[in-house]
Design a protein around this ligand. Structure first.
Ligand SMILES: [Zn+2]
Length: 103
């Protein structure tokens, strides 16, 4: 067997690397489920990911996105209100100019 270059030491390569949320993350989108090991694995960097950690990260990103959208919605409402006030002010100024020219 020794000297046969076709044999790949899979055991050594597939040794699970458990990492928590405080440790190294990968942000690659190519995550696959490994049912045998009950873990997730990144197809690009081979990082093993604990499924709950992955789900937790996903939930946090969803929450952050929702919060960000609510913030934007609020800013949009404020800007629309300001625009309405500016248009009213513009109408008033134009009316004053017309009155001043007519006087
Ligand atoms: Zn990765």
């Amino acid at each position: 067997m020794s000297g046969d270059k076709k044999i790949i030491p899979l055991r050594a390569k597939l040794k699970p690397q458990y990492r928590t949320s405080k440790q190294l993350h990968c942000t690659h989108p190519d995550i696959v489920v490994n049912a045998e090991r009950r873990l997730l694995q990144c197809q690009r960097c081979d990082l093993w990911i604990e499924p709950f950690e992955y789900l937790l990260g996903w939930a946090r990103r969803e929450w952050a996105a929702e919060y960000w959208l609510n913030e934007l919605d609020e800013k949009l409402r404020k800007k629309a209100k300001q625009l309405k006030a500016l248009k009213r002010e513009e109408r008033n100024i134009k009316a004053r100019i017309r009155r001043a020219k007519g006087a």
